[in-house]
Ligand binder design. Structure first.
Ligand code: FES
Length: 146
């Protein structure tokens, strides 16, 4: 069961209003949870599945797909002092002033490639020894319409 602390009254009402539709469109349920900044994890989604009267497996599968889609439009850039000292500061200054269109930037404390920084991660790939020019080229290539 979802703790009342985790689900606001408004969210609970919206979930219950959609009963019967969530199994047809579990992505919509996830979008609703996201809108309410609901912390999604295995336990909390199991509770939401009970409340929404759908299978926990179905919501979990939808959650994995949802996560992949969220990641497709997100460029993660290391914001740690190690990478900043190797050139990420220029990347940071540039994108803080002028965020790119069509892609979200997330500033991450460490992406795990510290020795080869500056590091960015895009669509699950860790890219090392990046520069502002390389990041701009990556964004341009990945956001072009084929
Ligand atoms: S400090 Fe940048 S990847 Fe670890």
């Amino acid at each position: 069961m979802v703790s009342e602390d985790l689900v606001s009254r408004d969210l609970e009402m919206e979930i219950k209003a959609g009963i019967g539709n969530w199994s047809k469109n579990p992505q919509a349920l996830l979008n609703l949870l996201y809108k309410y900044s609901f912390e999604m994890n295995l336990d909390s989604l199991r509770g939401v599945a009970l409340m929404a009267q759908i299978s926990p497996i179905q919501i979990w599968a939808a959650y994995e797909d949802w996560l992949k889609k969220q990641d497709e439009a997100v460029l993660k850039i290391c914001d740690n002092i190690t990478c900043l000292g190797k050139g990420a500061l220029e990347i940071r200054r540039h994108f803080k002033k002028k965020p790119p269109a069509g892609i979200e930037i997330q500033w991450i404390q460490c992406l795990g490639g510290c020795a080869s920084g500056p590091c960015v991660q895009f669509r699950g790939r860790l890219l090392t020894q990046m520069s502002l020019k390389k990041v701009e080229e990556l964004i341009q290539a990945e956001t072009q319409i084929p």
